[in-house]
Design a protein around this ligand. Structure first.
Ligand code: ATP
Ligand code: MG
Length: 379
C-alpha cells in the first residue's frame, strides 16, 4: 500500500523494522507525539525495546510477526536498509509502508544505487559494476587506484578493500568471496558532507542544514553543522538531495552523503533510506528532529520546520571509549550546560560499536568543535 494521503493521528500504532539506536530515537519521537510503537527486531535486547509498546522479537522475514505488524499498525517504516525488501513489499499489500520496499532495495545494492543516482542526473565517482568474475576482464585502469566495495551489506567501511593495481583488484574480489562488487575510483576528497531530506506522499519536501562529516577508520566520528562551506555549495547539496528524492518518488527521511572534491565539485557517495547518524544533531539543534520527520512523513503530516537553532557538533561514542567492565568518565560532559548526551542502552561495549553520541551547542561551529574535542579527552 502506498504511503497514506489521509493523516494518521495519535494514538495510532506505528511499526518499525529494526530496533537499533535509530529505531530507539524514532520510538522516543513517536511516543513523545502520542503514538504507540511496535518494533520488530530479533534481538531480545534491542535498544528500541526499552521504549516501544510492543517488541516483536522475531526474524525480519518471520511471517507471523509481519502479519501482526500489518494487522496492528496504521503505518510501517524501517530503520535500516538491510531488511528484506520482500518483507516490506509483503507488508505494503496490507498497510502503508514508507519508504517503499523498492527504494530500500535500491539503497541496499551499490550497483542499483549508483545507476539510479546517475539516472537522476547526478554525479557519482567513476565506477565499474562487477556483477560476475568475468567483469574483471574489463579495462580496470580508469578506476585505479580505487576501492573495491561489495554491492550489498557494507556499512561503516566494512566490505571494502583499497586496491592500487588490477592484480590487487582481482585478488580482493576473490577475497570478498566473488560476490557482486563495484570498483570505485579513489577521489581526492577535500571533505565530506551530507544532506537529509524529508519528502511526504503529498510531495512536500524539507531539507535539514548540511552537515560536514569527519570519519575515523571508516566510521563517522564527528558532524559539524552548519558545514563550513560556501553557502552556494551547501545549497547545491540540498538541491541534489531533493532531486534524488523526487527521482525515486521517495516518501520518508532520506540521507544523502556527498564527497566534496578539491575543486568544489560535489559527488554523490551513497544514500541511506532512513534517518542517519549524521542527522542525530537535529534532535538537539533543529526545530524538528529527523526522527519526528520520519513520523510525520509516514503519517502523511506536513514536514516539520528543519531550521537550525544553534551551531552544533555531534560526536559519536564508540565502544572503544568504554574501559573494560566500566563506564567512561561522564562528569565533565554531564556538567556542561550546552552539551547533551544520548546513550543507546547497549550493555556490551565492543570496539567500533556505536554506544551513544553527544552534541555540543555553541555560538559557532568552531567553538562547538573545540569544546567537543576537549570533552572527548576527559571521558
Ligand atoms: P557508511 O554506510 O557507514 O556510510 P560505508 O561502509 O557504506 O559507510 P562508504 O560511505 O562507501 O562506506 O565509504 C566509507 C568512507 O570511505 C567514505 O565516507 C570516505 O571517507 C571513504 N571513501 C569511500 N569511497 C571513496 C572514494 N571513491 N574516494 C575516496 N574516499 C572514499
Ligand atoms: Mg558511507
Amino acid at each position: 500500500m502506498a504511503a497514506p494521503l489521509k493523516p494518521i493521528l495519535p494514538p495510532a500504532m506505528l511499526g518499525i523494522l529494526g530496533g537499533g539506536q535509530l529505531g530507539r530515537m524514532f520510538t522516543v519521537a513517536a511516543k513523545t507525539m502520542g503514538y504507540r510503537v511496535t518494533v520488530l527486531d530479533p534481538d531480545s535486547r534491542a535498544p528500541a525495546a526499552d521504549f516501544a509498546d510492543v517488541h516483536l522479537c522475531a526474524a525480519y522475514n518471520d511471517h507471523a510477526a509481519l502479519k501482526e505488524l500489518a494487522e496492528t499498525c496504521a503505518a510501517v517504516t524501517t530503520e535500516f536498509e538491510n531488511v528484506n525488501a520482500d518483507s516490506m513489499r509483503w507488508l505494503a499489500q496490507h498497510v502503508p509502508v514508507s519508504p517503499s520496499g523498492d527504494c530500500v532495495a535500491i539503497a541496499q545494492d551499490r550497483i542499483l544505487e549508483k545507476s539510479w543516482i546517475q539516472k537522476a542526473g547526478l554525479a557519482t565517482a567513476p565506477y565499474l559494476a562487477l556483477e560476475t568474475v568475468a567483469d574483471l576482464n574489463h579495462d580496470l585502469s580508469p578506476y585505479l587506484p580505487g576501492i573495491l566495495k561489495t554491492a550489498r551489506l557494507g556499512y561503516d567501511g566494512k566490505g571494502q578493500v583499497r586496491v592500487a593495481t588490477a592484480a590487487e583488484a582481482r585478488a580482493a574480489y576473490a577475497d570478498l568471496g566473488g560476490q557482486p562488487c563495484v570498483l570505485e575510483k579513489m577521489l581526492p576528497l577535500a571533505y565530506e558532507v551530507s544532506a537529509i531530506v524529508t519528502r511526504t506522499s503529498a510531495h512536500e519536501v524539507a531539507v535539514f542544514p548540511v552537515a560536514e562529516n569527519r570519519h575515523a577508520r571508516g566510521i563517522l566520528d564527528v558532524s559539524i553543522v552548519p558545514a563550513r562551506v560556501e553557502p552556494e555549495l551547501a545549497q547545491r547539496a540540498q538541491t541534489m538531495a531533493v532531486q534524488l528524492a523526487e527521482a525515486l518518488d521517495y516518501v520518508g527521511v532520506l540521507a544523502v552523503e556527498f564527497f566534496v572534491l578539491d575543486g568544489g565539485e560535489l559527488v554523490l557517495n551513497e544514500i541511506a533510506p532512513r534517518p542517519h547518524n549524521s542527522g542525530h544533531y537535529t534532535i538537539d539543534a533543529c526545530v524538528t528532529s529527523q526522527y519526528e520527520q520520519q513520523v510525520r512523513a509516514m503519517c502523511a503530516l506536513h514536514p516539520g520546520r528543519p531550521e537550525l537553532l544553534s551551531p552544533v557538533v555531534m560526536v559519536n561514542l564508540l565502544g572503544d571509549s568504554w574501559p573494560e567492565g566500566g563506564e567512561p568518565n561522564w562528569e565533565v560532559l554531564m556538567q556542561a550546560p550546552n552539551v547533551h548526551l544520548h546513550l543507546y542502552g547497549k550493555t556490551e561495549a565492543r570496539p567500533g560499536r556505536k554506544m551513544g553520541h553527544y552534541c555540543v551547542l555553541a555560538a559557532s561551529p568552531e567553538a562547538a568543535l573545540e569544546q567537543a574535542e576537549a570533552i572527548k579527552d576527559t571521558l
